[in-house]
Design a protein. Structure first.
Length: 753
């Protein structure tokens, strides 16, 4: 299966998005299609053996719209020139039409004041009230300013569909062509006892107001992508390379993997890499959300777009172009902004039948009014009002605009949300499971105690360290790294290992200088029938202190015990307390023995501990929590956490962890700070609250607006809604929804006390 993102052009409302979605979905080989009206994008999954992008683009074209694929290699340059020119042209076109329409509409309103008020107003030129003058003035507004409404209506009719443009074209055309009859045949109306009134100003003002609303809407929607533009703007424009002993400045696009780059104080780091010379502190806040500068020295990784604060250093480029951390962040944010939240499904269902139902209501309104009054004018006004006031745009924009702003705001805070579904689900979390090592703790364990079976001081101690560290060097486990670092600190030279084997959840073993060395848990030692009684007291002492005890057996006999401690992250206690105050149950999951796990849990304030859980059991443990009827989030950082992250309702990966864990997660916390979890949940709740406000407003607007426009209040108050007011209400309903979504840009994580 292939995935592609298409940029769409020509959409005017949520019904257009539904039409495009149906058109793409009908292409053989397309398995999934999501059209995001707010982002003006389509995300398509298709079988390249059956179809291709050309066929999908043709389907969009046949539906009356246009599309072109977004290229990943252009990810970090923002909109391409063609798209910028298109947007500029569209904006200028709207400004021109609104200006012309506004001037003419003002003249028409002035000319219609005597008819509206029933008064003779001497300051108004009589010629402005002349129907022929009003016809001449209105015609360019109707057919030039309103040209797009007619074109889009015609395209929709050819597909046996209808959109918001259909409603506007019908409503304004009714006002225009009805006015044409008393202009051409005034005597006919007079002979019938009717006043030959005209409503040219209604058609002109409605078109102008709708175009003005669309101009405001487009500008407001452009602000929802501000996070993307900010991220792209973070990258450096040039890099100072060292080639052949010389320093040269080159555009960032020319940097290749392996280049050595010099960075001076105050400069931006151009691409991702590894420090090879020098030391400094780096401000990574713009990428990770981490407020404090991070110390860097040889061997440490640096991230492109971050800022060097103090010293100068050299680093070797390891990731460039679309492979950099910043580029991947931009890609993930774009992917999330183009996705569709489950809460939007109801709005999608409504927009599917919205326009046909509105047309039916308008026809029914005309029939009822004409039957009761026999007056075409009285029947026409509410009919036009119904057509004009109905607005599927507000429904279509309610969810995607909030999602776009919410996911962008997450990226600004170092939280990468892969999709709208994850963003929505995060606010429902009831239980959050935290892996211990690398999540609650630093993930950089240190050997603090070393006990041998014959006492802590004996001649074989260095030999035992050598045997242990030589085997552990072949393991990727954080505890193994601690053992190797301990051996290096003791200046012990490591030996070659044969027949190395890692036994999942138990330990490791291998042959070193003809000795079988086995290192692992007490449970494994007991399974191997190795006696552990001699060091049992030491083991209990270490575990009581919250340290992990690993057993060392040589040739089937216990020879030693190592106590390893992993420091708790500075913000873990604060974050866990905040999560609990948000009403969440916090659970610690670890493969450590229960005593060690409970010691750590006591220190950080966690009451429920799931200890001695092997990596292959973590997913099943999460599933068991889900079987209790809970919405479960899992937070982890290692390869062995990936199945559990995938199993959880919401998987959160620590950004400092492995690529596998990040790939399996729904949300990535770039900085590794657990306070980011609190921020992510607060952001989810704020976004869903914003979406609900938008949907409520959109539904109430249409539920109340359409009956009022149809004249439901006339029998009580003797009042009909002027189509001009209906047009203004429709035009600004979408703007209000987008404006409400933009309030999320002010989101700040609240301190939970």
């Amino acid at each position: 299966m292939e995935n592609a993102t298409l940029k769409l052009r020509g959409m005017s409302c949520a019904s257009c998005a539904k039409n495009i979605e149906d058109a793409i979905a009908s292409v053989p080989g397309v398995s999934e299609c999501i059209v995001n009206f707010g982002a003006e994008q389509a995300t398509v999954e298709y079988d390249s053996r059956t179809t291709d992008l050309d066929a999908i683009q043709e389907a969009v074209k046949a539906a009356g719209y246009s599309a072109y694929p977004l290229q990943k290699q252009n990810l970090m340059v923002g909109e391409d020139d063609a798209e910028k020119k298109y947007r500029l042209r569209e904006s200028r076109n709207l400004v021109q039409k609104v200006t012309v329409g506004g001037i003419i509409s003002t003249a028409l309103v002035i000319g219609s004041l005597p008819m509206m008020t029933g008064l003779h107003l001497p300051f108004i030129p009589l010629w402005l009230h002349n129907p022929w003058v009003q016809l001449i003035l209105t015609t360019p507004v109707q057919f030039w300013c309103g040209y797009s409404f007619y074109i889009n209506t015609w395209k929709a009719l050819k597909r046996h569909a209808a959109t918001m443009d259909t409603l506007i074209a019908l409503g304004t055309s009714a006002a225009y062509f009805y006015s044409l009859f008393p202009t051409l045949l005034p005597s006919f109306f007079i002979n019938q006892g009717l006043t030959p009134d005209v409503y040219y100003e209604t058609a002109a003002i409605v078109i102008t107001l709708i175009l003005l609303g669309r101009l405001f809407e487009n500008r407001a929607r452009g602000q929802t992508s501000e996070a993307i533009r900010k991220l792209i703007g973070l990258q450096a424009k040039t890099a100072r390379l060292i080639r052949n002993g010389r320093e040269i400045d080159v555009p960032i696009e020319e940097v290749i993997i392996g280049d050595v780059i010099l960075v001076r104080p105050g400069e931006k780091i151009s691409v991702d890499g590894e420090v090879i010379e020098g030391a400094s502190t780096i401000d990574e806040a713009m990428v990770t959300g981490e407020s404090l500068p991070v110390k860097k020295q040889p061997g440490d990784e640096v991230i492109g777009a971050t800022i060097n604060k103090t010293g100068s250093f050299k680093f070797r480029a390891t990731r460039v172009g679309s492979d950099t951390v910043l580029a991947q962040i931009v890609q993930l944010v774009q992917q999330a902004q183009g996705s569709k939240a489950p809460i939007q499904r109801l709005a999608d269902k409504v927009t599917g039948w919205f326009v046909p139902v509105v047309i039916a209501i308008a026809l029914l309104t005309f029939i009822i009014w004409f039957n009761f009054t026999g007056n075409v004018t009285l029947a026409l006004i509410p009919t036009i009002g119904v057509l004009i006031i109905a607005c599927p745009c507000a429904l279509g924009l309610a969810t995607p605009t909030s999602v776009m702003v919410g996911t962008g705001k997450g990226a600004e805070n170092g939280i990468l949300i892969k999709g709208a579904e994850s963003l929505e689900l995060a606010h429902k979390i009831q239980t959050i499971v935290l892996d211990k090592t690398g999540t609650i703790t630093q993930g950089k364990a240190t050997v603090t105690d070393f006990v041998t079976a014959n006492g802590t001081v004996n001649g074989n101690e260095m030999k035992l360290i050598q045997l242990t560290a030589s085997v552990e060097r072949n393991s990727e486990h954080p505890l193994a790294e601690a053992v190797v670092r301990y051996a290096q600190s003791q200046e012990v030279e490591l030996a070659d290992v044969r027949e190395f084997e890692a036994i999942t959840g138990n330990g490791v073993q291998g042959i070193v200088t003809k000795h079988l060395v086995q290192i692992g848990t007490q449970r494994w030692m007991e399974e191997l029938d190795i006696e552990t009684q001699a060091l049992q007291h030491d083991k209990e002492r270490l575990e009581y202190l919250g340290k992990t005890a690993i057993w060392i057996a040589v040739d089937g006999k216990i020879q030693g015990l190592m106590g390893i401690s992993d420091a708790i992250k500075p913000t873990s206690v604060q974050a866990i307390r905040a999560l609990q105050k948000l009403g969440l149950e916090v659970v610690m999951l670890t493969g450590d023995n229960r005593r060690t796990a409970e010691a750590i849990a006591r220190e950080v304030g966690i009451k429920r501990v799931l200890a001695e859980v092997r990596p292959d059991q973590k997913a099943a443990t999460v599933e068991k929590l889900q079987s209790e009827g809970k919405i479960v989030a899992m937070v982890g950082d290692g390869i062995n956490d990936a199945p559990a992250l995938a199993q959880a309702d919401v998987g959160m990966a620590i950004g400092t962890g492995t690529d596998v864990a990040i790939a399996a997660s729904d949300i990535t916390l770039i900085s590794g700070d657990l306070l980011s979890i609190v921020t992510a949940i607060q952001l989810s709740r704020a976004t869903i609250r914003n979406i609900r406000q938008n949907l409520f407003f959109a539904f109430i607007y249409n539920v109340a607006g359409i009956p009022i426009a149809a004249g439901i209040l006339f029998p009580i108050f003797g009042w009909l809604l002027n189509p001009i007011i209906a047009g203004a209400a429709m035009a600004f309903s979408s703007v209000s929804v987008v404006t409400n979504a933009l309030r999320l840009r002010k989101f700040k994580a609240k301190a939970v006390v």
